[in-house]
Design a protein around this ligand. Structure first.
Ligand SMILES: [Fe+2]
Length: 437
């Protein structure tokens, strides 16, 4: 008996010791994430022309059957609220591993361009605060947007600081690209709860432009890999892509830029033909693409040859300016690249792989990488003005890590000017001292 007691004591001591040595970084806090009559998971998106429309989606419990939004042009005084108009929501029950909820969405239409609006969502009794957002201009104007790679793991614990720092550095951003793997298990409701909580009211303020990663897919319906039902239930996005890929393959024109989201997980051939068509009738000066799995892999032992061979000829043909990707949990940014068989002088695309969450892989350190990193959480700020695109990649602390400028030329490919800060690359085995800012 005595021996058993002693063994138990030793076991307990070991348990405490191991806890001290390596506390679980992503320890879940005990919190209530169940839906309630009060709205949560409020997210602003574009479902149409960003100069004249916006969309908002949110969640409640099943008691809220008549949901709505109110919207007014914002003013310095509070009287704007009296001028707000009601817009009825489209509501649909949603069942997840966490139970029953209702998702509501509203499309605001007939908005004035370049105008600050205030909106709130609720049911007449339970209202959110008034969130403010600015509609896009209906012509080419200076544009700022944010882009992050995979959030995916320990989202509330460790991704929150990146999304919040990105807002602190570029609060004027017109939209926010999430390049796939927003969560680790696409149909796990708690992980989405973490993603929404990490971004908080930033999600309700800056329109999100999300594309789906492989982790937004899971096996259902006879072991088929399908996009999680969470995706369409909680994001109200354009439905102008390949039929069957509504809201995961789409494009938006905003202030002189065509921004295209592709779904690299499926139907790549169909999207190549669709993209060729969409870019053949593209009146915008700039073209930015985003999707999850990269054309040029940055993580060791990875290469998406089929994707590259299917899509890159279309990118080259239409001289796509910038491609923003995720999936490889490292950072890598190219110079102007084309596929090997490209003809004509216009082509030359900058490819980026980035990561914002804490999961980190080894970089394969290839010559095409003009700037690269490992073990670094990053966000990107991109500013387009006239003939110039300025790109910045910043660390979770907000420190500039990579930068370049693209300049349009009358003839020939873009001019690329590297503006890389004079700091060492963050690579395993040669990590610079932290602390310097
Ligand atoms: Fe991925």
């Amino acid at each position: 008996m005595k021996l058993r007691f002693a063994l138990a004591a030793v076991g307990l001591a070991l348990l405490f010791a191991s806890w001290k040595i390596s506390p679980p970084v992503g320890a879940k806090s005990a919190r209530n994430d169940q839906p309630a009559p009060y709205p949560d998971r409020v997210i602003l998106t574009w479902a149409g022309d960003p100069a004249h429309s916006a969309a908002v989606t949110w969640r409640t419990d099943t008691s809220v059957t008549k949901a709505k939004a109110q919207i007014a042009v914002a003013d310095d005084g509070p009287a704007f609220a009296k001028r707000a108009v009601d817009v009825a929501a489209v509501s649909a029950p949603f069942r997840s591993n966490a139970g029953e909820a209702i998702n509501h969405s509203v499309r605001f239409t007939d908005l004035k361009p370049a105008t600050l609006y205030a909106y709130r969502v609720g049911d007449g009794a339970n209202w959110t605060e008034w969130h403010q957002f600015r509609t896009a201009s209906d012509k080419p104007e200076p544009l700022t947007f944010l882009y992050v790679g995979d959030a995916q793991n320990d989202i509330l614990s460790l991704w929150s600081r990146v999304v919040r720092m990105s807002y602190a550095k570029a609060p004027e951003a017109h939209f926010f690209i999430h390049a796939g793997d927003l969560v680790n298990r696409g149909s796990n409701d708690e992980e989405w709860g973490d993603w929404f909580r990490a971004g908080g009211w930033i999600h309700a303020t800056i329109p999100s432009f999300p594309v789906a990663g492989n982790h937004e897919y899971d096996r259902r319906d006879g072991n088929r890999r399908l996009l999680t039902d969470h995706w369409r239930a909680q994001f109200t996005l354009p439905e102008n892509g390949v039929p069957g890929l509504e809201e995961s393959n789409y494009y938006v024109d905003v202030q002189g830029v065509r921004v295209v989201g592709l779904n690299a997980n499926e139907r790549q051939q169909e999207q190549a033909a669709w993209l060729d068509e969409v870019l053949s009738r593209n009146p915008q000066r700039w073209t930015v693409l985003t999707f999850h799995q990269p054309i040029y892999s940055s993580a060791r032992s990875r290469d998406n040859k089929e994707l590259r061979e299917t899509w890159q000829p279309v990118f080259d043909k239409h001289a796509v300016d910038l491609v923003l990707q995720g999936h490889d949990h490292t950072y890598a940014r190219s110079n102007l690249l084309t596929g090997v068989n490209t003809r004509g002088g216009r082509a030359g695309t900058v490819y980026v792989v980035s990561v914002s969450g804490p999961k980190m892989y080894e970089n394969q350190r290839l010559p095409w990488m003009t700037r690269k990193a490992e073990d670094t959480q990053l966000f990107q700020v991109i500013r387009i003005e006239g003939e110039s695109l300025r790109y910045e990649s910043r660390t979770a602390r907000g420190i500039l890590y990579d930068a370049f400028e693209l300049r349009k030329r009358k003839k020939g490919p873009n001019q690329l000017v590297n503006l890389i800060p004079d700091t060492p690359e963050r690579l395993r085995g040669a990590m610079p001292d932290s602390g310097a800012e």
